[in-house]
Design a protein around this ligand. Structure first.
Ligand SMILES: Nc1ncnc2c1ncn2[C@@H]1O[C@H](COP(=O)(O)OP(=O)(O)OP(=O)(O)O)[C@@H](O)[C@H]1O
Ligand SMILES: [Mg+2]
Length: 240
């Protein structure tokens, strides 16, 4: 049997739920409501990777480079140092540059440090601001790219997943969760277009707010289903 190479998140208690890690090269959707820990999960995955020899790129469409470094530093993760050592790139995608070809920048960053991991934060920011970006929809020969000009959120999701897969990195794609019951994400297709889905939530257990995490799917893997108790503490995210 062909063995699957797995990428450990290093988040305490998490890798055990997924046979030791995410299969290499997968696109994993990290979804949840506001403030549920999606960004921290992504930062911890990149930090742990960079500390164990797997370089990473953090693509931020939401927060400034400084903001991300400060957030990480709260948990003692010195991204500035890792950046200087060429182990991490925090790629801030500006929202005020007309028709930025963001996948060229992402590809360059991945190549520059030989990244094995990538976090894309977030799919929603890209979809909402799609008129600011060029997202390739087809290739004519090896150099000429045709750019998507529509506004379908679903199509954008597929195009992004497709571009990220080509990088050969193992990718965490952050997306907001839907408020409704019938679909997991806002666009309703990210959960199908991705290879794995992890959902983080805040729940109110009889007046005590607490966090949960659920691995909803992971292709090629035996997962531990159901809600797991989860928290964000001094050392970062952890399963309880
Ligand atoms: N140092 C800390 N110690 C404990 N909990 C923290 C700490 N810093 C942040 N948090 C918690 O983590 C939550 C934010 O996590 P994070 O930024 O990862 O959420 P998010 O899901 O990315 O949110 P958004 O959808 O707004 O981007 C905060 O709501 C806060 O409760
Ligand atoms: Mg966030």
């Amino acid at each position: 049997m062909e063995s699957i190479e797995r990428v450990k998140t290093g988040i305490p208690g998490f890798d055990e739920l997924i046979e030791g890690g995410f299969p290499k090269g997968f696109n994993i959707l990290i979804t949840g409501g506001p403030g549920t820990g999606k960004t921290i999960f992504g930062l911890q995955y990149l930090y742990n990777g960079a500390m164990s020899g797997e370089n990473g790129v953090y693509v931020s469409l939401e927060t400034s480079v400084d903001g991300i470094k400060k957030q990480a530093m709260q948990f003692g993760w010195d991204l500035g140092k890792l950046e200087k050592e060429g182990k991490i790139i925090i790629l801030r995608i500006p929202m005020d540059v007309i028709k930025l070809d963001l996948f060229i920048s992402i590809n360059d960053a991945v190549k520059k440090i030989g990244a094995k991991r990538l976090v894309f934060d977030s799919l929603d920011s890209l979809a909402i601001n799609i008129d600011m970006f060029k997202v390739p929809v087809a290739y004519v020969g090896s150099k000429n790219r045709l750019t998507y000009t529509g506004k379908s959120r679903r199509r954008i999701t597929y195009l992004v997943m497709n571009e990220l897969s080509k990088l050969k990195t193992t990718n965490l794609v952050i997306a907001a969760a839907s408020e409704g019951q019938t679909q997991i994400t806002v666009d309703g297709v990210s959960e199908y277009a991705s290879d794995g889905v992890v959902k983080v939530s805040s729940v109110d257990l009889g007046g005590t707010p607490s966090r949960t995490l659920e691995v909803i799917k992971l292709r090629s893997s035996k997962i531990t289903p159901g809600f797991q108790k989860f928290d964000i503490r001094e050392q970062g995210a952890t399963l309880l």
